[in-house]
Design a protein around this ligand. Sequence first.
Ligand SMILES: [Zn+2]
Length: 455
Amino acid sequence: MIIARFPDISRHLNPSHPNTTLIPLLPASSMLSVLNSFVKAATLAVMLAAGTGALSAQVAPIPKPVSPAGPVVIVTDRALDGRGNVLRNARIGVVDGRITSLHAAAGGATIDLRGYTVMPGWIDTHVHLDSHFDRTGRIATESEPPMEAALGIALASWETLMGGFTTVQTVGDPAEKPLRDVIRDHGFPGPRVLTSLAWIEGKGDNTGTPEQLRAIVRERKAQGADLIKIFASTSQRVGARPTLTQAQLEILCGEAKALGMRSMVHAYRSQVSAAALAGCNQVEHATYATAEDITTAVRMGTFISPQVGLVVQNYLANKARYLGVGNYTEEGMATMARDLPLDFEICRIAASTPNAKVVFSTDATAGAHGRNAEEFLGRIEHCGQSPMVALVSAQSLAAQALGMSNRIGTLAPDYEADIIALDGDPIRDPTAVRRVVFVMRGGVVYKWGGSKRAR
Ligand SMILES: [Zn+2]
């Protein structure tokens, strides 16, 4: 590209300030001879910048730290493959951040995880990494200083990674995009992030005309969203009432699909079947739904995710930190506490329905980050899932829900080296999910004491 000849022009060009002085860093003697082409180049640069909004594209980004070129061999005696199988004595080869073999020969660095249970890093399909407590210990609001908000989302992502979650889908805030990008492109420590950015809130007829609905979805895509998140019901704390028709959901989820994006819908009551029939990909919560709603969702192939182990319990445990902000009221909290058994019941119905895709999703907010694994215990205790089924729901099944089933969620050659280890065997002792001793994401080790468990 011609402007590459003037590498320092970009910092002096600002298309929004037409009087910006251009200061080419060239010897004076060559100034006249290149003046014409320089002016053309500068004009081109302005045009490009105006057209793409991406002046920064003219310099190479700072590269992210690379994972060890390898090879690394992870020696195991008990591993789960993420699809429901137990592997004995696997030797996981890792090169350039990817798994190359489960029978790797000796060579390169060795990480000895014998005595632990090794498995694919967990995937939480629904979190809110932006949600955190502020310096006073209360739920942070818009008035928090931006620097503190940024540190809050960064801390939440670190805690989540340390809890064994190597991929999350965070659904509801524009701040999730820079977080996603800095983790992906610049080696910032955190889980792999997918984001919906701001959610689309149903407001009945006031949500918009069909064309306006489609425009909102296209706007999210243009803003960089990986999926769209739709509120088709009001919060459980304020009545769980429907806010979109099935026809409106068809427009939103249909437009997302046409653009190559998935759709996630916050739905209670019969909105569960409405979202499923509208072709939306994943339905969250499903509180107050009926067995028929679940059957419809299963028939449509919709991923379903009731929450039974973390989000409500966390709200109640931290009630004083939330009260007084938005719809966090005593009454709303009481409703969640009262109706938690209904969540258990709908989860049991879903889990016992053949072919149901009950995917892992915590809805983690402030206070819950890093404890996402509590949902496994809830699934086992309150929902009747076996430990293996619960784990797979956060591995290969969650990868399928994210459209990434050929990249993550499974221990097999060619998959990303997203690997964790637990102290204990979660199949026999589910509380082992609280004891994550090793975390590797994309071949980079983020957590490992380096000491082998006494056996
Ligand atoms: Zn949520």
